[in-house]
Design a protein. Structure first.
Length: 177
């Protein structure tokens, strides 16, 4: 009889392990999903999927709506001219206007996207600490979405400005004084 009791104890122990095994697997899978979201969410933001992670302020994930439309409170006619037309920087009205908005702190046409952290994952800009770079939309007349043009600034307040017209494939340093 003692050997039967040992078998029952062994079965109970193995049963407990089997009950814990699916739970451990579930927690492992959930941990992987959370890690994937944390790592890839800011990449998705870069391609306008709506999730934005700002690691410079902790590991929280904040969901923003992905709006193809600019903020309706922004005067769309004002986007086609520089904020200070007496001081053109590049000669392109939308780029100059975006720079002027950056300098004055907004309001931006895409307030949930503009000013978000640019992570420089491809390393096309000089390596800096996380949170150093911020990105801003440069509106293009005639399109109904954000388009590919962005200004990426470095520093707080910005001390360096870069322009990309091909959604981060290449950058040109802007001379902003």
């Amino acid at each position: 009889m003692a050997s039967n009791d040992l078998k029952d104890d062994a079965l109970m122990q193995s049963g407990k392990q089997n009950n814990n095994s699916p739970r451990a697997t579930l927690f492992g899978v959930l941990a992987l999903i959370v890690a994937a979201i944390y790592f890839f969410a800011d990449i998705n933001a870069a391609i306008n999927t709506g999730a934005l992670v700002d690691r410079s302020e902790g590991a929280a994930v904040t969901e923003y709506r992905d709006s193809a439309e600019p903020d309706p409170s922004i005067d769309s006619a004002a986007l086609s001219r520089p904020a200070n037309s007496a001081d053109p920087i590049t000669g392109d009205a939308q780029i100059d206007h975006t720079i002027a908005l950056i300098r004055q702190g907004g309001p931006f046409p895409y307030p949930h996207k503009d000013g978000s952290t640019f992570y420089n994952r491809e390393g096309r800009l000089p390596i800096q600490t996380q949170g150093y770079y911020r990105e801003y939309t440069v509106p293009m007349p005639g399109i109904s979405h954000r388009g590919a043009r962005r200004i990426v600034t470095g520093g707080h307040p910005p001390t360096i400005y870069y322009l990309t017209v091909d959604h981060y494939d290449s950058f040109r340093k802007l001379e902003v004084k």
